[in-house]
Write a protein that binds this ligand. Structure first.
Ligand SMILES: [Mg+2]
Length: 294
């Protein structure tokens, strides 16, 4: 086998994986006898390169059967840097929107947020808008939002397993401190990169300090951390996110995963998680279920 062309296709189901049906279909797109069982719901199949057309057939089959699939080069499968988005990725919530809601401000915040995540309006503009609504409101509202945070399934085991295996884990979010630092601490991220509110006398001023002060902040941070660790991002970095502001990091890493992605991410990035939880990322990285941290 030509090592550079060798692929690994990972299949993950919510409950039990129907191996027979899957292998039967797989034999129509590529020959392989090489596999590894990662769990009773996850399987690796190794093979030579698959044409774009057949990859697309395979992805459609998986989607129809509610199986998450990741197709990647085998060579750089093990990574060292992990970057994760927070809102609607590690947690279920859009925390800035929730802040505006608990403040009792009447505005269609969900719509604004969705338009930004779909890439239809600039995130920076909507962020500015959304933060400005908070002007003169008490920062006690932050506690209310933190109390209501719902973590996505698998998030804790994911970060714990990666940390245990020497990954550098960062939570990179367009959300705000101290909500982001709380989420980062609960999940065990080694680093949290986020925006900051400008606060005076325990009140929001309606202004904020952006993550890196530059466009495409998440990609800027990815570049910084990889430079610092002297690691090639196209070999050693894995990123996960759901929205338009994640695209920079998702498309400029060795493996970019769309987690229940908005349409713009779904189209731009090949590998997603639609049907299963965040532990699927561990399968994509080649961990068996027995290797997951407890
Ligand atoms: Mg998000």
């Amino acid at each position: 086998m030509n090592n550079n062309l060798e692929l690994v296709c990972t299949f993950v189901a919510k409950n039990k994986l129907d191996y027979k049906n899957l292998i039967n279909f797989f034999s129509k797109v590529q020959n392989t006898t090489d596999y590894k069982i990662l769990s009773n719901r996850a399987l690796d199949l190794y093979c030579e390169d698959i044409s774009k057309k057949n990859q697309s057939r395979l992805r459609k089959f998986c989607f129809k059967n509610k199986i998450d699939v990741c197709i990647q080069r085998k060579k750089w499968r093990k990574k060292k840097i992990f970057l994760a988005d927070m809102d609607a990725t590690m947690i279920k919530d859009e925390t800035l929107d929730n802040l505006v809601k608990v403040a009792g401000i009447k505005v269609d915040i969900d719509k604004l947020s969705k338009l930004a995540m779909d890439g239809k309006i600039s995130l920076r503009d909507t962020l500015k808008f959304r933060v400005s609504y908070l002007k003169d409101k008490s920062t006690d509202l932050i506690k209310k939002v933190i109390k209501k945070i719902r973590f996505n399934e698998g998030s804790k085991i994911l970060v714990k397993t990666l940390n245990k295996n020497g990954y550098h884990t960062s939570l990179v979010t367009g959300g705000f401190q101290p909500i982001s630092t709380y989420v980062g601490k609960v999940l065990g991220f080694k680093k949290v990169i986020s925006n900051r509110f400008v606060i005076k006398n325990n009140k929001f001023t309606g202004e904020y300090i952006p993550i890196t002060g530059k466009q495409n902040s998440k990609l800027v941070y990815l570049n910084e951390i990889c430079k610092k660790k002297k690691l090639d991002k196209f070999k050693y970095a894995i990123c996960v996110g759901d929205g338009a502001n994640d695209l920079g990091m998702l498309q400029n890493s060795s493996l970019g995963i769309g987690y229940k992605p908005h349409q713009i991410v779904k189209k731009a990035v090949d590998n997603h998680i639609h049907f299963t939880d965040l532990k699927t990322i561990l399968f994509y990285l080649g961990f068996t279920e027995k290797e997951f941290a407890k």
